[in-house]
Ligand binder design. Sequence first.
Ligand SMILES: [Fe+2]
Ligand SMILES: [Fe+2]
Length: 292
Amino acid sequence: MFTLAHLSDPHLAPLPRPAPSELLSKRGLGYINWLRKRRLIHRADVLETVIADLKTQAPDHIAVTGDLVNLSLTNEFAPARAFLTRLGTPADVSVVPGNHDAYVRSVANFAVRDWGDYMRGDRGESFPYVRRRDRIAIVGLSTSLPTLPLAATGRLHGDQLARLGDILTALEREGAFRIVLIHHPPIEGMSRFRHLHDANNFREVLRRHGAELVLHGHNHEASLVWLAGTWSAVPCVGVPSASGAPDRHHDEPAGYNLYEIDGEQKAWRCVLIQRGWCDGSIREIGQQMLFG
Ligand SMILES: [Fe+2]
Ligand SMILES: [Fe+2]
């Protein structure tokens, strides 16, 4: 059995003090939002509790689906690297970036520069990257692009969509359990200020080439939507922010998911275990059989 942990959107706190020049951009509005609201939602102590619980579960691999930082301040990227190092080595932790990790154009490449070894395939390739672990294949996509103020949209930039179909088909031939990591939820019904521009095209690739699991962040809430696939529908699962305060009503309290994967192609067994905030600690709060 292979156990994968999925956490997302830690929005690491505390936020370093911005340089005055850093606020002359979309970051200025974001900083006001942080001071008024988000610093109360994303708490370092809550994230510590989540990480401590995750370590006790000893997963085989950890997936992190973006929004590690907040305003992409120059001084946010090194602490995010330290956070990843605490989770595990680049071989044991797979990361895709979120919209907050490329908040403004001047730092759009900083995530790849500083966390690149957590976002590379087994052959050193960039997005879409492929990592094989046992019978598992992890496919990492980037929807992370600078956007206009008040927008938190994403796009599968470059030739990712064009290459994704062939990658998924090749992995199916190898008999792999295919897990796609993507920050923005590739689902219908998202606000146009927060959506994935090419979600329709992504779902069409999925319908034609299939996958076993799609994991995303961005909405800071637990969700499960079944998307059309090939031999089976594909569960598309979101998690709460890993640092979500328990006493704020804007977002769900912190949590993360575990996937226990076993079996073989077309006879997979996959159990989703939700672990979330409950009376000051992280406990199992739900369990669901996705395949089996
Ligand atoms: Fe987020
Ligand atoms: Fe996001």
